[in-house]
Design a protein around this ligand. Structure first.
Ligand code: ADP
Ligand code: MG
Length: 541
């Protein structure tokens, strides 16, 4: 008989970790919830900040959801999926990362309750999808039009994005800068804002209010030699991605020098070659050179003699930005470039900013290139200012992309929740429960806004719901007083896209996590796999 001698069958290599069924599900949900819980306290204008110290001891103090998640190095696979939605949110719409993650956490928490009642994940997923589709429709009804001409609304949008992000006292000023930046790069024809056209440069020292919008490119660099001109008008610009040096690392030549004359002639030879290189630049009427690599002292001398302003070790991405702004092609070989490869700017100038020099390329051929030069007392402050500005630019771009905004301060979430509860009544049984869960989950946003502001969430939510029941669909929370306000009237507005993207990706990741009933982690050749396991994935749990 076969049965007497059953041998275990191994279908997976030794060291593979496997968790399945309910355990897998609840581990995944626990990990995802833990990630969401971590950043929940940062949501909204009164959200707290996180201090993250990396392995090198560098610190980041931030309120920005996606930054925290990226720096946290989440290891659990389901946790990573949550981090992914924050990254997508950042990439697609530039803001709303915390919202997306907090929503996903709450969707899963509610789903867990349904799973405990033996409702199958497929049913939950179906209910959630019905709810999402309806929510997206309701969102459209709640939205209000915005165009590039609505300065007031754009300013409010920008201010809402930056609220609570370390620019509190200079919010209006910064909002004006971001709106000006977006207006100057807005493409009337395509109705688009290409944020690639906005360069953000930071310089520590001074005050946030010293920040400026420069119509052109600003580089955190100085000219390579002090005897070069400080300012060049009508600049013919060469962008070079090879070195102005004589170095050939590929050929390892050995030179035997036996007497002093030979040294002399060797040096003369080198000088001649460098002069030759510079001559090729001079011939083409170049008066500004941006070089990605080094520039030899001798080459510097010849460039200075020809009144050429040169900057070395410019990053590749900066070269590309200057290329876009001035119309220059990036040149690799000095033998083959022509005047057609040169770019043009009305003025290239080295200016003193803070306690260092910076290079300004202004009055460019393409006026659509601008730089926001941000100032702030310290690097840490500046980094956070930059993140606030990034969010504001992202919000402005996404609002202008589909031309709609919705009321913030918890208004849309409560209204959606209410409408979805109504919808659920049209369904029955388990599907109804799932739609109700989705509706209930949305309350996490206003509840968290209230909690993070030190308000009593139960009182606030009750009042907020009452206002919405009375038809005040744009009612939200005043986080200072706990009173109910009209979010549109108060200028608390967000792009429609931020909300649609957050809801969609939170639902998608929830559905994906719920469908998983098996976690298989291939162990490779590791001996002791428990030590390699991500936290929370331990089989002995
Ligand atoms: P996210 O990463 O999701 O953008 P934020 O920390 O920027 O997270 O918080 C966004 C939330 O804060 C939104 O729900 C928005 O409506 C709300 N919010 C922004 N400004 C205000 C305000 N002045 N009053 C109340 N809520 C606000
Ligand atoms: Mg935000």
């Amino acid at each position: 008989m076969l049965g007497n001698n059953i041998q275990p069958i191994f279908i997976l290599p030794e060291g593979t970790q496997r968790t399945s069924g309910k355990t897998a599900q609840s581990n995944n949900i626990a990990a995802a919830k833990a990630v969401a819980e971590t950043i929940r306290t940062t949501l909204g204008p009164k959200g707290m900040d996180k201090m993250i110290v990396d392995s090198l001891g560098d610190i980041i103090v931030t309120n920005d959801g996606v930054t925290i998640l990226k720096e946290m190095n989440v290891e659990h696979p389901a946790g990573k999926m949550i981090v992914e939605i924050a990254k997508t949110q950042e990439k697609e719409v530039g803001d709303g990362t915390t919202t997306a993650v907090v929503l996903a956490g709450e969707f899963l928490k509610e789903a867990e309750t349904l799973l405990e009642q033996d409702i199958h994940p497929t049913v939950i997923n179906k209910g959630y999808r019905i709810a999402l589709n309806h929510a997206l429709k309701v969102l459209n009804d709640l939205s209000k039009k915005v165009t590039i001409k609505d300065d007031e609304l754009l300013l409010k949008l920008s201010m809402t994005a930056m609220t609570g992000k370390g620019v509190e006292d200079s919010k209006e000023f910064m909002a004006k800068l971001t709106v000006d930046a977006v207006k100057s790069i807005f493409d009337e024809k395509t109705n688009e804002v290409d944020l690639e056209d906005v360069k953000i440069e930071t310089k520590a020292g001074g005050n946030i209010l010293d920040s400026v919008l420069v119509k052109g490119i600003v580089l955190d660099k100085e000219r390579v030699h002090p005897s070069m001109p400080k300012k060049v008008e009508n600049a013919n610009i060469l962008l070079l991605d090879s070195a102005l040096e004589i170095k050939n690392t590929e050929i390892d030549a050995k030179i035997n020098i036996t007497n002093p004359e030979q040294i002399q002639s060797f040096l003369e030879m080198e000088e001649k070659m460098l002069k030759n290189m510079v001559d090729k630049i001079v011939e083409k009427n170049v008066n500004v050179v941006f070089c990605q690599k080094g520039i030899d002292d001798v080459a510097q001398h010849f460039l200075s003699k020809n009144n050429i302003l040169a900057v070395r070790r410019v990053t590749k991405s900066d070269l590309e930005k200057i290329s876009k702004a001035t119309g220059a092609n990036i040149v690799s070989n000095l033998d083959s470039f022509t005047e057609k490869d040169l770019g043009f700017a009305g003025r290239v100038e080295e200016k003193f900013v803070g306690d260092e020099n910076m290079i300004f390329v202004e009055d460019c051929k393409n006026p659509k290139s601008v730089t926001l030069l941000l100032r702030g007392s310290t690097e840490h402050v500046l980094e956070e200012v930059k993140r606030a500005v990034d969010d504001a630019l992202g919000d402005l771009a996404s609002a202008l992309k589909n031309n709609f905004v919705v009321p913030g301060a918890g208004a849309v979430e409560i209204e959606l929740s209410r409408k979805l509860k109504e919808l659920s009544e049209k369904y029955s049984g388990r599907e109804q429960l799932a739609i109700e869960s989705f509706a209930k989950s949305l309350e996490v946003i206003p509840r968290t806004l209230a909690e993070n502001s030190g308000l009593d969430p139960i009182d606030v939510i009750t009042e907020l719901k009452a206002a919405h029941e009375n038809g005040k669909t744009t009612s939200g929370i005043n986080v200072e007083t706990g009173k109910i306000i009209d979010a549109f009237n108060e200028g608390i507005v967000e792009p429609l896209m931020v909300k649609t993207q957050a809801l969609t990706s939170a639902t998608e990741v929830t559905n994906m996590i719920l469908r998983i009933d098996d976690i298989i982690i291939s162990g490779g050749n590791e001996k002791n796999n428990n030590e390699q396991m991500p936290p929370g994935m331990n089989m002995n749990m």
